[in-house]
Design a binder for this molecule. Sequence first.
Ligand code: CUA
Length: 221
Amino acid sequence: MQPLSLASAEVLAGGAATPIAFPGQYWDQMFNIWLFVAIGIYLIVALPMLYFLVKYRYRKGVNEQGAQEEAGPGIGIEVLWTVIPLIIVIYLATQSLAFYTRQRTPPADSLPVKVESAMWSWNFEYSNGKKSTTDLYVPVGKPVKLLLTSKDVIHAFHVPEAKTMEDVVPGRVTHLWFQFNKTGEYRAYCREYCGGAHAFMLATIKVVTPEQFEQWLKQPG
Ligand code: CUA
C-alpha cells in the first residue's frame, strides 16, 4: 500500500481551505459522492413516476380499465436496467474501499504515540518514553499515529474534528491516525460505553507548534 502523501490529501480536500484535521475529508468526499448518486437515482425514478401518475390516472369513461400493456418490456431495457445499476454499485464499492484504505493508512512520516486506556482515563506514551495522562500533545501539521490498547474493558478513541474513531481493546493493539492543521485545544472522547464514568472519559488534544512540541517532549516527566 502506497503511503498517503499529505500533498495529495490536500488536493483531495478539494482545493478548498485546508480542513482543521485530516482524514475527515475522506468521509466528506464519500458522503458527497453517495449523496450525488442517490439524488440522481431519485430523480430518474421519481420524475417519470410523477409523469405516469398523471398520465394514467383514473378518468371516468376515458381510462376506467387502467393502462393496458401491449407487450412485456424488451430485452434491451432489461439489460440496460441491470447493467447500469451494476456499474453504479461497482463504482461505489471500489470508491468506498479506496477512501477507506486512505482513511485507515497512516502516512509514512507519522508520529507514533502509544495509548493505554483504563477505567476511566487516557494515558499516552511517546517514543522517547515521555508519558502524559489526559493531555495528548501533538505538533501542528504532522500526522500522528495512535497505537491503542486497553488495561481493562473496551473503550473507543474518538477525534471528532478528524472524523475518526477506533475501538480500544484489551490484549490487542489497534490504530488510528489524524493530523491537525491548526494549533489549539481539541476534545477527544471515549465513545464506547465502559462503565459509570464513561461520560467523563475525555482527553484533550493540545496542538502546538513543532518547536513547542520538541521542547515539551524533552522535559522530564
Ligand atoms: Cu471508556 Cu467509555
